[in-house]
Design a protein around this ligand. Structure first.
Ligand code: NCD
Length: 305
């Protein structure tokens, strides 16, 4: 979190968070998990605040969990959807946001296909802005909730090996993990076809694999990424079938103790073997639960921390 204007904090990327701030967010999420486990309890920490959700790209988990997180903290939520808004009439993004701000909004959660959109709004708005995904750039709350899921499972992050498999080139989740791992002591392994590894990533010091089984051997956890077809001009291998044949994570590749993560949405049969839908190793739905607590922690930290 970094101040872009005096007296306000934004969460634009993991890059801006210190190791101590990340651990504070995990500790806050622990507190909010207790609130979530008692459905009749609602924290009133953000009572009287209004959070605006500006989603210009599709979303299920991220949007709903920010909404629930805000409501569980007692805040009101304004949910904007681009279609049917005055953007159709030529209104700019900044004008739209300023008009919503004029209604009395205390923070914005922004998702947009444009890289840097949240950063742009943060520079021009006097209230906290949270990046809920900007194109292929960053998705900080997803990386926080993924690692929080590992922390709750293993009781530590330091020294764990996490293999990230899939569309590294287009994934904002992967980039946020690249920034996060060194701050919490996670060891990464990266696995993708050569066409889906950004060339500079070979120089980061993490091992890069082009073979799934080798990338999984001895790893504590795996994070499988969706093929970002909407951002790809061409298939990553000769065809989609070939991608699934060579890079799909198959049930028999996983050891009993390995933890399976995926940010969703999942394309079963493409990046993940459908037989893994009921796998004991899967913590995919826990990620969704933890996403609410992590987003409560982020909202609380930015508005009251
Ligand atoms: C991710 C996203 O939107 O970047 N999903 C999510 O937020 N749960 C990953 C994806 O779309 O593949």
């Amino acid at each position: 979190m970094r101040p872009t204007q005096s007296k306000k904090l934004d969460l634009l990327g993991i890059r801006d968070l210190s190791s101590a701030q990340i651990h504070e967010l995990y500790a806050l999420a622990d507190r909010f998990m207790e609130v979530l486990q008692q459905p009749t309890r609602k924290a009133a920490a953000l009572a009287g605040s209004t959070i605006a959700l500006l989603f210009f790209e599709s979303s299920t988990r991220t949007k709903l969990s920010f909404e629930l997180a805000a409501k569980r903290l007692g805040a009101d939520v304004l949910s904007f959807s681009a279609s049917g808004s005055s953007l159709d009439k030529g209104e700019s993004l900044l004008d739209t946001a300023r008009n919503i701000l004029a209604m009395g909004v205390d923070a914005f959660v922004v998702r947009h296909k444009g890289v840097g959109t949240a950063h742009f709004l943060a520079r021009h708005l006097p209230v906290p802005v949270i990046n809920a995904g900007d194109g292929t750039h960053e998705h900080p709350t997803q990386a926080l909730l993924d690692t929080y899921t590992l922390l709750r499972k293993f009781g530590r992050l330091e020294g764990l090996t996490l293999t990230i498999i899939g569309d590294l080139f287009h994934s904002r989740v992967a980039l946020s993990h690249l920034h996060l791992a060194p701050k919490v002591g996670l060891r990464l392994r990266l696995c993708a076809p050569p066409t889906l590894v950004p060339p500079l990533w070979y120089r980061l010091g993490w091992p890069v694999y082009h073979e799934v089984q080798a990338a999984l051997e001895g790893a504590d956890a795996l994070l499988v990424l969706r093929m970002q077809r909407e951002r790809q001009a061409f298939p990553p291998l000769a065809s989609w079938q070939e991608y699934s044949r060579f890079y799909q994570v198959r049930a028999e590749y996983l050891c009993e103790n390995q933890v399976l993560l995926h940010p969703g949405p999942i394309n079963w049969g493409v990046e993940l073997d459908p037989r893994l839908q009921t796998a004991a190793q899967s913590r995919i739905l826990d990620q969704v639960t933890h996403g609410v607590a992590i987003r409560m922690a982020v909202l609380y930290a930015l508005l009251r921390g």
